[in-house]
Design a protein around this ligand. Sequence first.
Ligand code: DX5
Ligand code: ZN
Length: 232
Amino acid sequence: MGRVEVAASITTADFGNLYRVVRKLERAGVDRLHLDVMDGHFVPNITFGPNIVSAVRRLSRLPIDAHLMISEPARYLDRFIDAGPDTITFHVEVLESDETKRETLARIAQAGRVPGLAISPRTPTSAVSDFVNLLGLVIVMTVEPGFGGQHFMPEPAPKIAEARVLLRDRPGSAVHVDGGVSHETAGVVGRYGVDVCVVGSALFQRGRDTAREVQAVKRAALAADLEQPQHA
Ligand code: DX5
Ligand code: ZN
């Protein structure tokens, strides 16, 4: 591995000035922007839809990850593709058929974007194994999806390593971890070989230096990864 990226989730940022938020994150050295789309149905919270994704796209050249926490990804997919994110991930738990999920992943790839599946804390990694040949990324959730600023759950973290094994024959693929990640918890996820740490509220805490937090997350994740015997 040797490199851990930070994707900034803007869920708990000030939406009154998206321009300033994006500039601040770019200056702080984040590697990617992570946009949490919530529909008030798949999760009990509403954030924003494709218009905001497209607004952020126009504000930044950083890679954008759209994390769709919505019940019907197939139905809204074209609008999210048009909004211009680099990756589009939806939840394996949605109640669409496996065939529809496969079609959706294929449509994302056909549009030149990276397709991903997210797994909630209580979902086993095996839930995505039938889709592996279509996947470019997996998001392992370490909070219940729905809200920023929740406490990190350590129990799902070993799924990062399981997802890495599943994706071993997918060149360029990545495992992201999402929920409650900060410099205090990044060591736990680094130990399992995570590629991308999604960090939200830890970047926006009053009085905290965002750039320093980005570096501290990367350092903690990398140090823990290097301690592992497979990298020795
Ligand atoms: C949770 C979202 C996360 C989250 C990240 O449903 O997918 O991206 O908002 O924010 P923190 O780091 O505050 O958990
Ligand atoms: Zn997310």
